[in-house]
Design a protein around this ligand. Structure first.
Ligand code: ZN
Length: 349
């Protein structure tokens, strides 16, 4: 009877307390759960950060940072670019490829493809790089960066006729391609399988008459394959701009009649110590060396060379016909420097 009374008892206050208890319990459980989740997330994040500090982020960590922690796309790209700076191209490529699978927006996809193409190029995977840029051009035929990158790839692959096609496309986009064309013409001659060495030398000289920008290519070619033609035409060249090539020639490879006819050449070879005809030079470096050679005190001072890109102003220890930094062709200018004798690293072409 007693129990029945209790069950039937309906006190409004007990009902309210009961509901409040339920609400409290629900909130308590939700709160505890959220604290637990946050704790787990923090622990994971700390682990991730620690790995990042150690430079050990894995490919999937980038996806994690992007999709779970909502780190902006640009920041993820910046993090991945650290691999490029360290020369770990395979790691960067793998991050870009993984991100490509997760990123939805076309703009971001395109940016990733550009980065991927560049990373493949830097790592020497030219065919893959070419495929990526061709893919970009399929959707954006006016993509200048893709066209310019493709030009460098075709050049590295020695597919010069395709370089010609790319230059035409760039010209349609109103890009200045004059210098590239001059450079291309010289390369077409040097790499023509149907021309013999002598014919190539003649053709190169004809091109040089039209545009002196290819001087270094011509002199480099003649030094390697036809020194007779080089010396026959030496008066046509600006010898101070090819001083490093002339400096490293062997004594027996020098045409001394040609040297005797040129004040600049006499200065260069007096400074080298091959002759003792000259005592004065306007060039500080040559003058110093001439004085040293004429002095009874022995010194092992010599001429070294560095190359400055006239476009990006970067210094390079060896000559390259296309600046590896800004990719401008025929932009290197030789700068003589006094220093200790070194073994020549200068590439002739
Ligand atoms: Zn440059």
């Amino acid at each position: 009877m007693m129990e029945n009374d209790f069950l039937n008892y309906r006190d409004p206050l007990t009902g309210v307390i009961f509901i409040l208890t339920l609400v409290f319990l629900a909130s308590f459980i939700t709160y505890t759960l959220s604290i637990y989740k946050e704790k787990v997330a923090r622990k994971e994040y700390r682990k991730l950060l620690k790995r990042f500090e150690l430079g050990n982020l894995k490919e999937e960590d980038y996806i994690h940072l992007y999709s779970t922690y909502n780190l902006p796309f640009d920041s993820i790209i910046l993090l991945a670019s650290s691999f490029i700076h360290k020369g770990k191209y395979d790691k960067a490529i793998s991050v870009y490829l993984t991100l490509l699978e997760h990123v939805k927006e076309p703009v971001k996809k395109q940016e990733l493809l550009e980065l991927l193409g560049s990373a493949y190029f830097k790592s020497g995977m030219l065919q893959r790089s070419k495929d990526i840029y061709l893919k970009i051009l399929k959707f954006s035929p006016r993509h200048k960066l893709a066209l310019k990158s493709l030009l460098l790839i075709y050049e590295s692959l020695k597919e010069y006729h395709k370089v010609e096609d790319v230059l035409e496309s760039l010209e349609e986009l109103e890009e200045d391609t004059y210098k590239e064309k001059v450079y291309l013409q010289a390369q077409l001659i040097i790499n023509d399988p149907f021309l013999n060495y002598e014919k190539k030398a003649v053709e190169l000289l004809k091109q040089y008459e039209k545009d002196q920008q290819i001087q270094r290519l011509v002199v480099g070619y003649l030094t390697k394959y036809n020194k007779t033609i080089l010396w026959e035409n030496i008066t046509h060249f600006d010898v101070l701009n090819i001083i490093d090539i002339l400096w490293y020639l062997d004594f027996d490879d020098i045409d001394w009649d040609a040297v005797n006819a040129s004040k600049n050449l006499k200065e260069i070879y007096s400074a080298k110590g091959f002759i003792a005809d000259i005592t004065q030079s306007k060039s500080f470096e040559l003058q110093t060396l001439i004085s040293v050679r004429n002095s009874p005190i022995k010194s092992d001072i010599d001429l070294n060379f560095e190359f400055i890109c006239t476009k990006c102003k970067k210094n390079h220890p060896v000559y390259e016909s296309r600046c590896p930094h800004c990719h401008t062709p025929l932009s290197f200018k030789v700068e003589p420097k006094l220093g200790k004798p070194t073994v020549s690293l200068a590439s002739l072409v």
